[in-house]
Each structure stands twice: as C-alpha cells, then as structure tokens.
Write a protein that binds this ligand. Sequence first.
Ligand code: SF4
Length: 476
Amino acid sequence: MATRSDSPAGRRAPTPCPAHCPPSRSPALATPDRTPAPAGPPRIGFVSLGCPKATVDSEHILTRLRAEGYAITPSYDGAQLVIVNTCGFIDAAVEESLEAIGEALAANGRVVVTGCLGARADLIRAAHPRVLAVTGPHDLDAVMAAVHRELPAPHDPFLDLVPPQGVRLTPRHYAYLKVSEGCNHRCTFCIIPSLRGDLVSRPLGDILTEAERLVEAGVREILVIAQDTSAYGLDLRYRPDFWKGRPLTSDLVTLARTLGELPAWVRMHYVYPYPHVDALIPLMAEGVILPYLDMPLQHGAERVLKAMHRPAAAERVLERLERWRSACPELILRSTFIVGFPGETAAEFECLLDFIRAARLDRVGCFPYSPVAGAAANELPDPVPEEVKQERLARFMEIQAQISRDKLAQRIGQRLTVLVDEVDDDEVIARSVGDAPEIDGVVVIPGAWELDPGDFIEVVVTDSGDHDLWAEPVED
Ligand code: SF4
C-alpha cells in the first residue's frame, strides 16, 4: 500500500471534519490509476487530502488530466509536476496540507496547490513561496489552466484511455456521487460556505447519467454526497430536467427514487435535518435506497444549537427519529456531534449526553470544538478549556460505545446481505447496509472464501464488538 512519501498519486485518510466528515477508521490510501502510462506523455503526481467531497474534486481533476493525455504517476520522482488537493477545514487539516505541500516541494519541486486551503493563498505562499500556482476549491478550470501553463498537454490527447466513468480513487465497487457544491447555511463553527460558496446543484440529468456510467463500470454502491445533500435542487427551484427522455423534478426525493432504479446500493450522506427528509423514509422502507441516513445533529442542548445556528428543537428530533423507526425499523442512523463548543456549560453537556442516550443512534462521530480561523463561533465568549473538551469527548464516546455494543449484539443470529470489500487469505471484509465505507464498522467473515470485492453475499451474524460484526456465509 502506498504512503505519501512514496506515492503522490493517492488519497490519504480523510482529515476529521467537525462539520460533516467523520474520520476514517482505517486509513484508505490510493487506488492509483492502473492504466499503464504511455512512455511519452507528460507525467503528473497527485496527492488528495480531506473529505469525500474533496476526493470527488480530485477524481474530476484526474479525469480531465487523463482525458487530455497526461499520465498519472505513482511516484514523486517520476512526475514532472505534482498537484496537491488540500483540506483547510480545521487547524490540524491546515497543518497536514502545508506539510504535504512541503513534502511534494522537497521531493519534486514543481507543485500546484488546489482545494479548500487554496482559498487561503496568502497562507500557502507565506509557508511555501516556491509553489507554482494556488487555486481555490472546486475550480477545475483554474487547476487545468495552471497545469497547461507549467506542463503543456501533449499534442494528441489519448481520449480513448479515459474510461467513460472517469478516473476514480475509490475501489471499483463503490463510488461517491456529488450532487451539489456549496452551502446556504451559516453554521457558526463552519467556514465551508466562505470557502466553497452558496449552494449550486448539478443538473439532475447529469447526475443520473454519471450514476448510470458508474454502475455500468462495476460500481455496486453509490454514496450520495454534498455539503448539504438535503438542499439538492433548492437553487434550481426544483426545475424539471430530463433523463432518458423522462421529465423529472430536480429535488432530493426524485433524485433518490431515480437513483434507486439502478442496480446498486444508494446511500445518503450529509443530510441536513430539513422537514422534507421525512419523505426519504418510505423509499428506505420500500428498499428503493438503503435504510441508512447520515444526518449531522451536532448537539442536544437548545441554547448551544442556537449558538451554532442549527435547528434547535432536540425533542422534536427525538420524535422524528421515533416516527422514522416505526416506519422503517431497519433504519440505521449515523450522526456527528461537537463537544466543548464555546460557552457549553456542564449542564448543557449533560443535556447532550441525555440526548444521545435517548436517541440511541447507531453510528456516531464526536469532535472537540476546533476554532477554525474565520469561524464566527470563535468570537463567542467562554471558550471551553482543552482538557475539559477532551474529558467531555471521552465521556461521550464511552456512552456511545456502550449503545453501539448493545445494538450490534442484538444482530447476532440475524441474516444480512453484505457487500464484499476485501478478500484476504484468512478472512473476508464486507459491509452491511448499516456500514458506510471508511467511517463505520465492517462485517468480518473468517476463513478463506472464493469471493471478489463487489460480490453481494448472504451471511448470518455470529459475534459482535464495539463497531464490527463477525459472520459466516449462508449456504442456501
Ligand atoms: S450545513 Fe453548511 S454551514 Fe453548516 S456545517 Fe454543513 S457545510 Fe457548514
């Protein structure tokens, strides 16, 4: 497996993102483009940091590079230029991005920087004055302009080397599908809207065409992502679009229902708790999309939620969860929370603990508040001391781990359909509908089995842990 120092053509473990993006439990590194590079074309190395949204941006850049005839190389010294797609959400991510740029400069010397941290070009140039160009997030044209300037494209582009589904960094059997960019909310702990702008939804027909190509190329699971997936279509005023001659409304439910017609799992991520999300639950109960909802809730105390500029009625959230579970008993709920938000009192933290005890969510990420430069919340009074944040984080995770253990133990004896991720000599790693790749648990199937990544199989659960399940195949 590649590491950053020996392979720039890769995706590093996502940096924890308190807004939406939980950390990877098992760092997933590059699946470099396996198409053999021709001897002649200009060679580019690529380092991709950050969350799945940044991964999709990287895939778009890589796709365009290959479409224009550039070769993607898996080593710094084989590259004539290195592109670093950065993350800039929290201070740790900024440091990691600056370090990656420094490493690429030291190893190669010719570096173009893009991504979220690219919005802070002054900071990058102050740390690394030798970078050739800095572009902001989601700016494919600016990245390509910088590449053309520094390393002109070959005269005859190798268009036939580019697969129709584009170049992807995820394994062949699952893919992220970005449906919109930017966000209209102004959560006070988050600077994503200032980095990526307001909501811009992709045309529905384009999304569905991309999804269909992915499935034709072997994708068995589509992970729908955006900064705010549930806002899909708002900026388009839900206008009609066409796919295969069918008129369709550009809204979340139509998107989900139509994706559900494809022969693949469809998993919804980063869903803001709007009321219309209720309409997804029947689609889950009918098996159109996976009964899995990734909904960042952030806190359980009303005053803290208001200070975050988030929807504030925790008891209404609990009522909704109950309604959803009675309509779709298989529903798996994932969420993320922040502890130690400025001004969070001991009583408000207890209120958060009460909330997670009552909500009994299946998958939970929790982050200590990180004062991201530029976030409005940094101006709030009464910052919580670091050691208090860490102590609250530990208490939160202890309670949630027990909830997770209890819920997983209830699955022993159940029959599940799982999707195979990895096949090793002595075990198979798979995932159930309740496990999103990289962030949730897995289903471990001990033994040697003749299976391939991307296979669906039936198993019976034999054991459980804090996050993972163990199972054996069902022989029908
Ligand atoms: S909803 Fe928008 S502003 Fe709020 S955390 Fe998510 S990306 Fe940031």
